[in-house]
Design a protein around this ligand. Structure first.
Ligand code: ATP
Length: 138
């Protein structure tokens, strides 16, 4: 079994798509291990996005991710990291394939930060790091 950290970003929560996104994860056959709606602090977000330190979109990204509550979810299943990234689709929702979360539900709003509804860990190392960060008790 493998675990991955999924975040429904503030745009997804604001648009009332959290349930639809959880539905797709469960329909795929993965298990929800932990779910928490919470307002992320700047400190948490800076740590979460440490790989983007120095990039021009980091500050707007942290501002966007703190603009409202996010739904943090630990998802479990064999190959869940790769599987969720496949469910999510490409980073840019304009070109993300139809059938994916970003392709079906996302679009480009012409803002500084790409609002693409979800985050999913991209490797076993980042999944372990991110789960420890968001759910230290797990
Ligand atoms: P995530 O890490 O959120 O799952 P990702 O792995 O598809 O997304 P990353 O390259 O890690 O994408 O970028 C993190 C987030 O930063 C993206 O999901 C998007 O919201 C935003 N972002 C990435 N690249 C850009 C960019 N060039 N311009 C604006 N925003 C961007």
């Amino acid at each position: 079994q493998q675990r991955t950290l999924v975040l429904v970003k503030p745009d997804g929560v604001r648009r009332s798509l959290a349930g639809e996104i959880l539905r797709r994860i469960e329909a795929k056959g993965y298990t929800l291990v932990a779910v928490e709606l919470r307002q992320a602090s700047d400190e948490l977000l800076a740590e979460h996005y440490e790989e983007h330190a120095g990039k021009p979109f980091l500050a707007p990204l942290v501002e966007f991710m703190g603009s409202g509550p996010v739904l943090a979810v630990v998802v479990e299943g064999h190959r869940a990291i790769e599987g969720f990234r496949s469910l999510a689709g490409a980073t840019d929702p304009t070109v993300a394939a139809p059938g994916t979360i970003r392709g079906d539900l996302g679009r480009d709003w012409g803002l500084k930060v790409i609002q693409n509804l979800v985050h999913g860990s991209d490797s076993e190392e980042s999944a372990a790091r991110e789960i420890a960060l968001w759910f230290p008790a797990l």
